[in-house]
Design a protein around this ligand. Sequence first.
Ligand SMILES: *Cc1c(COP(=O)(O)O)cnc(C)c1O
Length: 430
Amino acid sequence: MKFHSLNNPTEKVSFKDAVVAGIAPDKGLYFPEHITPLPTSFFENIASLSNQGIAFKAIHQFVSEDITDTQLQSILERVLDFDFPVVDIEDNVGTLELFHGPTMAFKDVGARFMANCLGCFSKEGEEVTVLVATSGDTGGAVANGFLGVEGVKVVILYPSGKVSEIQEKQLTTLGRNIKAIEVDGTFDDCQTMVKTAFLDKDITTSKKLTSANSINVARWLPQLFYFLFAYKQAKMQHKEIVFSIPSGNFGNICAGMVAQRLGMPVNHFIAATNINDTVPQFMASGSYRPKPSSVTISNAMDVGDPSNFIRIRHLYHNDFELLAKNLSSYAFDDDTTKQAMKSVYKKTGYVMDPHGAVGYLGLKKYQETHANTYGIFLETAHPIKFLDVVENNLDITLEIPPRIKSIMGKEKVATQIATYGELKSILKDS
Ligand SMILES: *Cc1c(COP(=O)(O)O)cnc(C)c1O
């Protein structure tokens, strides 16, 4: 199986080359050349399979040219060593908890999978530098996933004073092959520095640079596992299943659509956003107008021009009508999100984080007109990751999980920079 650039279908590369490059030389995102459906028996018997067994069958066709079956098995054993429970919270509403991984963020699976793939590809003397800008959650998951991987160095940029204390500790206390750079600026400044570095021949002629955000196929594709794990648990409801996904860069939901293309019997997806509503506006008007991002309480979704939306449009052959049959999209502001967190907590005792709450709202909106469905919204972060909002809003005190507690006492190590020139010398010397 080859991957092609979305800017040019004849620009084809192997899985390995797509992962190592991150993005095509023509700046297009890579996309699988074809998606071959799994046999219907796979979905009929899914309840009898282990998560690792499901994941193996689902991702095999995409990676098998470059990763042996034995390697894939051992990668999946390492990546999927925690649970993905669907928790019923109301009639016909369940939440798929994706926060039981090492950094309690759903990006753990993608980050670990990509790290393990790069580990398989690395040869002696050939080093890859993973360069990533984070507004919070990605950084910790990437740092943790790549820690100690041979032949891979990780450089993470984050905006000073703009990530939570927990998030900062998660990316500045690991050491080893993980370098944290604290930028005197905003997330957009970090992102601009990263983009400049990727285009800087002074660096790229001597260093292999790659990205670890969801444009990288090895971080994006494994997210399709979540939908299959949820389907396995929800199948016995004997109802039409719909998924609501709190969306920012739209990588997660796009992976769900790939699972559907693999034959998963799910017909409808809901993309729920905060006020960064480029996609809900597109679904309402048919015209795609990216805009600068606005700050919200669900800040991992503060994205004005979602990078993976182009993959979704490609998956539906750029046919708006076809896409609209499969996708509904709604936006919610912070007040509505806080209200939902409160009312669900009051009614059921369940504590949602702000991102999950946006997903919940999207689902409820859809079910107003599609009552006879079993809806699953994705809970993408543990409430502890957004401690201040959750505690103030619900007037409760959250217990800090041991895995978070253990890093809070560790010492932060970060290099402070303010300009691209400083980043450049760090990259050239590393
Ligand atoms: C990254 C992230 C999202 C958005 O996922 P996309 O794939 O970018 O749409 C949602 N919630 C949390 C907590 C995240 O970290």
